[in-house]
Design a protein around this ligand. Sequence first.
Ligand code: SF4
Length: 382
Amino acid sequence: MTPLPLRDRADACPGALQTHAAADGALARVRVPGGVLTAVQLRVLATAARELGDGALELTSRGNVQLRGLDQGAAPELGNRLAAAGLLPSATHETARNVLASVLSGRSGGLLDVRSWVPAFDAGQCGDPELARLPGRFLAAFDDGRGDVAGLGADIGLLALDRSTVALLLAGVDSGLRTDPDGAVALALAATRAFLDVREADGGTAWRVGELADGSARIAAALGGAHAEPRPVPPSPAVSPAGAVRQDDGRTALVAVVPLGRLTAEQTELLASTTATEVQLTPWRSVVVPDLPDASAMAGLAAAGLVLDPGSPWLRVTACAGRPGCAKSLADVRGDVVAAVTAGELPADGARQHWVGCERRCGRPQGDVVDVVATPTGYWIA
Ligand code: SF4
């Protein structure tokens, strides 16, 4: 059995106000619950990236956004802009607002529409002063039954089993506890509070449910109620969908993959002018532009460098920050990936791969993936 990590300090996850000093300047992480951004919010982020950062947004595997290359004193100005755009509803809870939700929920596929769960959970979190103590690593995931985010190992998960039954997942495993859709958010909030209680009882600073000894069982016991036979949790897809999707209402959603998750200010503004309502950032560093009358915007997005071809190698390649963002990096990893993709020369026969600038292998995605590791003498395929 893998030993549980012992945490002797609070997590140091960056936020929008509490930035991280990276080699290329301060890094700010903006939480985007459910990955949902309006056109106005996209424009605010694009302008902030251009005026305060390095001109781009980084998409994270939790559907959040990072700005890099900020001046050390830029955090207050960034915070003011984000707060005015509704992207910083609580300065005390900002790093805890990590929430994933099924992609295209309520628009195409799935058993339930979980879109309303995200703002309800977020409001419940931000409205409870105790939940400001949640670690920045804590993650919630709401899956509408299609099985796209339930398998991403969130601390607290909701998974629709049918149209009237929702399972509570703890550390990515079915707890056996059940509720109906109307009670789902309340159960997730209760489980979140129970995590803090169990953590407190251990006198520790665990960051995740899985780091607590018997954490899932103790949280489930604290919640009480009847237990059903636990079901297996579906594995999440390894790569993003891409291209046009016909919505249940006849409209079209476009899913565009963002190469290496770096969305330029210009691309962000194009998304803002393309969307009729909102966009959704996905855990696979892609963006869904829903509710369009047809797929005619596809060509413009592709011309701007976004990827809508499901066969593109960009769906299979990820990378850490590399140089110049990380002082430990032995290479300009991202520049090297771009060169390899452009030349059609990805190693390992183009298999799903993660490029990194050193042996720490940050940001490695789950599942079957080949590591391409920089060394002083070139890349090593692990
Ligand atoms: S893998 Fe190494 S080079 Fe890449 S971000 Fe992590 S520490 Fe930096």
